[in-house]
Structure formats: structure tokens, C-alpha cells
Design a binder for this molecule. Structure first.
Ligand code: F6R
Length: 253
């Protein structure tokens, strides 16, 4: 696991956006795995600017998002499809038909999940997967548990996650309690993974992710066995990392 510590959120976002732009330069038809939440918003803003300046081209790219709330249609303002359209897709030259977000309202969720994994395979697999991380160690909506799922599946959200995500809703009662998420297997199959974290509240989980033993109670810790993971954090999220770590840590000024 390589760790880059950026001085702040903006720099963290720029470094990640550059990695995505670099990939699309060498492989214009790359398959991107994308995340929602507060953390990647800066990356998407940066990519929009790079696209306007014609320094990144999405015209041949395909994307697959990690997850979607169960029960929310794509036009619901809190759905992840809506988030992706408004924060990125509507502002860059990506073909919307090649952007994928699991459906939260499919009649047959099991079939939807199976077909989602099949579409990823058919597209050639994910070249670069962008991830955020929950304070409880979740990636996508793979929540801490005794057992983890390989494939895209329907899952319960933990109380921590419901509470954390209630900031986007008028009241906590409106937060869906279930979601569709890519599984750990789908995520780990990506050629390259970039995990982002920003702020003091992520410091504890970043230290666990980078330095603790692998545990299903910290789903993100599974990334320790992936060959090509880049963790990009800001100073605050890196504040509990010990220098004794076995990982390569680069501090960017
Ligand atoms: C979002 C996702 C989640 C978030 C995580 C962190 O698609 O899969 O795992 O990445 O909950 O969210 P933020 O960035 O809002 O702290």
C-alpha cells in the first residue's frame, strides 16, 4: 500500500484527479469505478476543470459506481445516480449510456446485482477504482461484519452509516436503511485502487487501514492484500499514522 499525504483537501483532490486524467490519457476507453460521498467531490470538481481545459477526455470512458440506496429512484436528489449526474457526468463529455449506477428500485434486486457484476466483466473489468472510507471502515457499503460478500449484493446499513449519511437528508428517518453495493470481490478485482480520506474524523480508521491486521470488522483492511493501492489523504487524516509503518509514505508539500 502506498500512502500519499497531501497538505490539504484541495491538494489531495488534485493528486487523485491527475491519476484519473493520466489513466484516461494512456487508455482513453478506461473503465472507472466511482464513489459518492463528500470526499470525492473535490476530485470531480477538478476533473470538470481539466475536462473544460481539454486536458482530460471522457468520451470513450465507461464508469461503474460502487453503490446506490435501496428504494431511491435515480431522479431522487439523495440518490447516488443523481449525485453522479450533478457532480460530474452533466459537466464532462462522458457518454451517459456508459455510466452505471446500480438501480435501487429494480424489481428483482438479485438479478440486478448479478447483471451489474456481469456488465463490469463485459466492459473488461475496472481499471481504476476510486474509494472513500466510512469512519467504521466500510468501503462501498461493505459494512463491518463477521462475513463479507464477494459480489454486488443488497445489504443493511449500520447505525453508524445511517447517522453519518443523515447529514444529507431532512431527517434521519428519511435515510434508507438498505443499499445495493459492489462486493469486496468486485472492488478487489480492479487493476488499481485509489482510496481517499480527509479530515481528523478519518484519522483513526486510516491508521487502522494502513497499520492494523486485516479484519472483516474493518472491511477496507482487505485492501492490504491488493497489489496496487494508493491511499491519498490530507494531513489531518494522516495524523495518527506512525512512522514505523511498513508502508511507503510520501509527504507532498
Ligand atoms: C460512497 C461510498 C461510501 C463512502 C463513505 C465515505 O459511494 O461507497 O463508502 O465513500 O461512506 O463517505 P464520505 O466521503 O461522505 O465521508
Amino acid at each position: 500500500m502506498k500512502v500519499i499525504v497531501a497538505p490539504n483537501y484541495e491538494e489531495m483532490s488534485k493528486i487523485a484527479a491527475k491519476e484519473i486524467a493520466k489513466l484516461l490519457y494512456v487508455k482513453p476507453n478506461a473503465v472507472l469505478g466511482l464513489a459518492t460521498g463528500s470526499t470525492p467531490e473535490g476530485v470531480y470538481r477538478e476533473l470538470i476543470e481539466l475536462n473544460k481545459a481539454e486536458r482530460v477526455d471522457f468520451s470513450k470512458a465507461t464508469s461503474f459506481n460502487l453503490d446506490e440506496y435501496k428504494g431511491l429512484k435515480g431522479d431522487h436528489p439523495q440518490s447516488y445516480r443523481y449525485f453522479m449526474n450533478s457532480k460530474l457526468f452533466n459537466h464532462v463529455n462522458i457518454d451517459k449510456n456508459k455510466t452505471h449506477v446500480p438501480s435501487g428500485v429494480a424489481e428483482n434486486i438479485e438479478k440486478e446485482c448479478k447483471e451489474y457484476d456481469e456488465s463490469i466483466e463485459k466492459a473488461g473489468g475496472i481499471d481504476l477504482q476510486l474509494l472513500g472510507i466510512g469512519t467504521n471502515g466500510h468501503i462501498g457499503f461493505n459494512e463491518p461484519s463477521d462475513f463479507l460478500n464477494l459480489n454486488t449484493h443488497e445489504t443493511d446499513l449500520t447505525e453508524d452509516t445511517i447517522k453519518a449519511n443523515s447529514r444529507f437528508f431532512d431527517s434521519i428517518d428519511e435515510v434508507p436503511t438498505r443499499a445495493i453495493t459492489m462486493g469486496l470481490g468486485s472492488i478487489m478485482k480492479a487493476d488499481k485502487i485509489i482510496l481517499l480520506a480527509s479530515g481528523e474524523k478519518k484519522a483513526d480508521i486510516i491508521a487502522k487501514l494502513v497499520e492494523d491486521k486485516i479484519s472483516t470488522r474493518v472491511p477496507a483492511s482487505m485492501l492490504q492484500v491488493h497489489q496496487n493501492v494508493l491511499v491519498i489523504v490530507d494531513n489531518a487524516a494522516a495524523s495518527l499514522l506512525k512512522n514505523s509503518s511498513n508502508n511507503e509514505i510520501e509527504y507532498v508539500k
